[in-house]
Design a protein around this ligand. Sequence first.
Ligand SMILES: Cc1ncc(COP(=O)(O)O)c(C=O)c1O
Length: 470
Amino acid sequence: MDTPIFDGLKKYVEENNISFHTPGHKGRNTLINWSQYIPWIDLTEVEGLDNLQDPNGIILESQKLASNTFKSKQTFYSVNGTTGSIYIALGAITSPGDKVLIQRNSHKAIYNGIILNRLVPRYIYPNYNKKNKIVTGINPHDVETILKRDKDIKAVVITYPSYYGVCSPIESIAEIVHKYNRILLVDEAHGSHLMFSEKLPKSSIEAGADIVVQSTHKTLPSFTQTSMIHVVSDRVDIEKLKDMLNLYQTTSPSYMFMASLDIARAYMEGEGTSKLRKHIESLEKVIMDLKGIDRVSIFTGDKEDFTIEDFDMTKVLVNIKGMRGTTLEKILRNKYHIQLEMSDYYYGLLLTTLMNTKKDLDLFKEAIEDMIKSEPYEDIRQIDFGMIEPTIEIPIGEAFYREKEVSEFKEAIGKISADYIIPYPPGIPIVVPGEVITYEIYQEILNLSENGVEIIGPLDYNRGKIKLVK
Ligand SMILES: Cc1ncc(COP(=O)(O)O)c(C=O)c1O
């Protein structure tokens, strides 16, 4: 019998890899042993089990408890990940045609939310910290300069913390957004855990955001796809939000997912919080030890970079001198059965959560100690990234729905892209759909690609081809 997906999963599980990737539960149970309840609690909206589309029973009760725990005005569950939560939140705070200020390095879910809700994006660029070769935060002054001049902007969307753990000065940004009477949506996909430790950056829920979306599944022990939408201020129209919840979510939400949100929240009200405290203590020690090892550096912030207000240390960014991040990730998996969340040219990224044990961290440290003795130095060129201003020919939403053609990349100069082109690092799109592939952009992409920088968009997935707007 052919069951390729199940076989692939089983093989991965049998390898016994240590997980420094999502989901946050790391394959471990918390308040219940899930294997005793699956598949029986995979149920539907029968009498007594409420309805996510219009909750007034057990789901409403659970959402109220979550609202209390996460200190929101109201909390809503999403079973379509934070991707779904972003579509819903954007739809709730805007009307079609509105302009929204977004970070150029936003997750694709934000770009897709712009397309779906028929919005017009205006971009704000994050800082690129050359010394550490990492994209850092948003400068609040840049937010103010844009909002002062562009009266059409209805809402601002900030990612906090970034995938790499960087936290922009969110309180200052919130103050500015409200000074100009706009709405602040925070993509806190990577920050559900922040609320539960004083050693971690403040959650944007407590820092002045109007609406916050969180991927509970990434940093707390709930199932993949589970997310929460926290409404924090009166600037958000709750009735419109409910309409959007129904527009963008399945009519058959998984009760296992919803129960896992319920259980993750309950766990964090008790044992989970002390477990997070212990995890942070172990992490502090391991980071200190790793920093003391020759060839190893761990990025934990940069005092001279004022776009970094705080740093989420549960995301461990490891650089080994003379080794690409991508090589580090491969060796860890193949030789040590340790799986990272991701890697780029310079760094490997560990997403650790309270569900990682001290042993996981110790094994990681031992693997690094062993590796740097045996692994040779790679020739790593220092690459500079040029921030090239995009030439927007047609709005992204229009480009998305236009007829498209596939072209050789070298034939694309002067044409309008229907693809995103995103080099990692820095993870900031050089081109998004609707923008022109200028000669300068073409050269930059070739240069990065020849230097071994991974390019998402053309040249990898499409093997040198790119989708263009016809
Ligand atoms: C910053 C950011 N926002 C949103 C998302 C989408 O979240 P989800 O995977 O829960 O749909 C991600 C996913 O990686 C992300 O990194």
